[in-house]
Write a protein of this length. Structure first.
Length: 470
C-alpha cells in the first residue's frame, strides 16, 4: 500500500523496527517532509502515524531517469500491436477490428514490430483495417504508420513535414518519422491523458521521482505535467528534459529542468555542423545535453560533435544501446554519463539475438564495462517502450536474460545492488552518488517487506510494502 501525497507539515511519521543501511532494529522519524531522527526506540509522542516495518528495509525512493509520462498513460488506452499480445498478421487485424477507438473514431495502436506483419505502410494497413482512421506506432517510438483513412482525415497529401515519407510519385506512404508534435496538430483535438493512475502505479513500484525525457515539450504538454504534480495526480518529483533552451519557466519546488534533450535519429543522422550548433547552443544557454543515441553511428557522431562543441557538466547519453568497447574511454574523457535501459533485454532480447549483427551483440546495453571504465551509469525504463517496473529492470540488469531464457553478454551483468543503485542517484546527477537514509534528507522513502539483501536475491515489485512522499 502506498501513502498519499499529503502536505509535509501535516505529518509526523514513526517507522518502527526497520533495517537501515544494513543495520536492523532501527526506528526512523519523519517530520516536515524530512528525516528527523534515526535510532532505536524513538519516542512516538506527537506522531501522526506509526508504521511497523517488521524488519523490512527502508531505502530512498527510486528515481526513473528516463520515461515518457503522457505516452505511457496513452499506451494503457491503446491497442497493443506487438508481442506478446499480437504475433502475426491475423491477430493484428483482429486487434484493430475489435478496438473501440476514441471519441473521434480513431484507433491508436502501439508497440508494432516488423515480425508481426512485415514493413507496414498505408496500403498494408488498409488490408488489415480500412474502415476507420488507424495510426500505429512502431515499438521504437520513432515512427507512426497511418492507413489511408487516417491520412485523409489528417489531410496529409504531400511531404508537408520532413518526417512524412513519400513514394517516388510524391504520394505519402503512411509512414511518418519523428514528427509527433507536428502530427498531433493534424489529429482531432485531445487533452493530454490523465496521469492519476500512472502516478499510483509508479508509487506502487517505489518510484518517488521521474525524469520525463520527451523532447521539445509543447507549452500545453508542459502545463499538463506541471498541473499533474501540483494537483497531486502525480505525487512523484518531476525532472524535465524537453524544456526549450532559453526558456525559464516558473516551476514548483517538486519540478526541475534538466539537460536539453537532443535526438540523433536512426532514420536519418543530422548534418554534423547542425548537431555541433545544437549542442553549443544548449551549452551557451547554461544547459547540459541529453542525447538520444541508439545506434553505433549516432554515438560516434555525438563523440565527434563534442570534440568540436566542447563538454558541459551533466552532459549525458540516453539509451546507449550499442556502445563499441573502444568508445568507453571517449565517454569517460568527455565526462559523459549514460542513462540506459537493460530492461529491453528481457522484453526484446530474442529479437536482438535474431536480428542484431553477431559482432554487435556484445555491445548491447553495456553496464558493467561502463562502470569499470569510469562512466557514471543510471538505469531507467524508457516507458512505454520498455518495462516500467524498476524491479524488473534491476533483475534484467543482473541476469541479462531474454524472454526464452537465453543470455546476452553476461560479462555486462551488474550485481543486484549495483542495479538498484542505478535508480537511487539524484535526478540532477544520474549515475552519481547514491542518495542515503540520513538525518535531514528528504523523506521520499520506500518500505520493503524484507531486509535488503533478501530482497535483492529475487528482485520483484512485490517487495514494496509502502511508498512515502515528502
Amino acid at each position: 500500500m502506498t501513502d498519499t501525497h499529503l502536505p509535509a507539515a501535516d505529518r509526523t511519521i514513526i517507522v518502527r523496527d526497520a533495517e537501515i543501511d544494513g543495520i536492523p532494529g532501527l526506528d526512523l522519524r519523519v517530520r516536515d517532509g524530512r528525516i528527523d531522527d534515526i535510532g532505536p526506540s524513538l519516542s512516538t509522542d506527537g506522531a501522526t502515524e506509526v508504521i511497523d516495518a517488521r524488519g523490512g528495509a527502508v531505502i530512498p525512493g527510486l528515481h526513473d531517469h528516463h520515461l515518457h509520462l503522457h505516452a505511457t498513460a496513452a499506451d494503457a488506452a491503446s491497442v497493443h500491436c506487438g508481442p506478446p499480445a499480437v504475433r502475426d498478421r491475423r491477430a493484428l487485424g483482429t486487434a484493430l477490428a475489435e478496438a473501440s477507438g476514441d471519441d473521434h473514431g480513431w484507433v491508436r495502436g502501439v508497440g508494432y514490430v516488423d515480425t508481426v506483419a512485415g514493413d507496414l505502410d498505408a496500403v498494408a494497413l488498409d488490408a488489415l483495417h480500412a474502415t476507420r482512421p488507424v495510426r500505429v506506432q512502431h515499438r521504437s517510438g520513432a515512427m507512426w504508420i497511418l492507413n489511408s483513412a487516417a491520412l485523409a482525415a489528417a489531410e496529409i497529401t504531400d511531404a508537408a513535414h520532413p518526417g512524412v515519407e513519400c513514394a517516388a510519385d510524391g504520394v505519402p506512404t503512411g509512414r511518418i518519422w519523428r514528427a509527433d508534435s507536428w502530427l498531433r496538430t493534424r489529429l482531432p483535438p485531445a487533452r493530454p491523458p490523465h496521469l492519476g493512475s500512472l502516478g499510483s502505479t509508479l508509487a506502487e513500484y517505489g518510484i518517488t521521482g521521474v525524469t520525463d525525457a520527451t523532447p521539445d515539450l509543447s507549452t500545453g504538454s508542459q502545463a499538463a505535467l506541471v498541473t499533474a504534480v501540483t494537483e497531486g495526480d502525480l505525487p512523484q518529483r518531476l525532472h524535465l528534459l524537453g524544456v526549450p533552451v532559453g526558456s525559464a519557466p516558473s516551476l514548483p519546488e517538486r519540478i526541475g529542468v534538466g539537460p536539453y534533450k537532443i535526438v540523433i535519429a536512426d532514420s536519418g543522422l543530422p548534418p554534423f555542423d547542425d548537431l555541433v550548433e545544437q549542442i553549443s547552443a544548449a551549452h551557451r544557454g547554461g544547459r547540459a545535453v541529453a542525447v538520444h543515441c541508439v545506434s553505433r553511428e549516432a554515438l560516434l557522431l555525438l563523440l565527434a560533435a563534442l570534440d568540436v562543441a566542447g563538454d558541459f557538466p551533466g552532459d549525458r547519453v540516453e539509451h546507449a544501446a550499442l556502445v563499441p568497447a573502444d568508445t568507453i574511454g571517449d565517454l569517460h574523457r568527455h565526462g559523459l554519463r549514460v542513462v540506459t535501459q537493460p530492461g529491453f533485454l528481457s522484453r526484446r532480447g530474442d529479437y536482438y539475438l535474431e536480428h542484431v549483427e553477431p559482432d554487435d551483440i556484445d555491445d548491447l546495453y553495456r553496464c558493467r564495462s561502463l562502470l569499470s571504465g569510469g562512466v557514471p551509469l543510471a538505469l531507467s525504463s524508457d516507458s512505454p517502450y520498455g518495462p516500467l517496473d524498476p524491479w524488473a529492470v534491476i533483475a534484467a540488469a543482473s541476469r541479462r536474460s531474454t524472454e526464452t531464457g537465453a543470455t546476452i553478454n553476461t560479462g555486462e551483468c551488474l550485481t543486484p545492488a549495483q542495479a538498484l543503485a542505478g535508480y537511487l542517484t539524484p535526478a540532477d546527477d544520474p549515475g552519481g552518488r547514491t542518495r542515503r537514509i540520513r538525518r535531514g534528507a528528504s523523506a521520499d522513502l520506500v518500505l520493503l517487506r524484507a531486509p535488503l539483501e533478501q530482497v535483492l536475491r529475487d528482485p520483484s515489485a512485490d517487495v514494496v510494502a509502502r511508498t512515502l512522499f515528502a
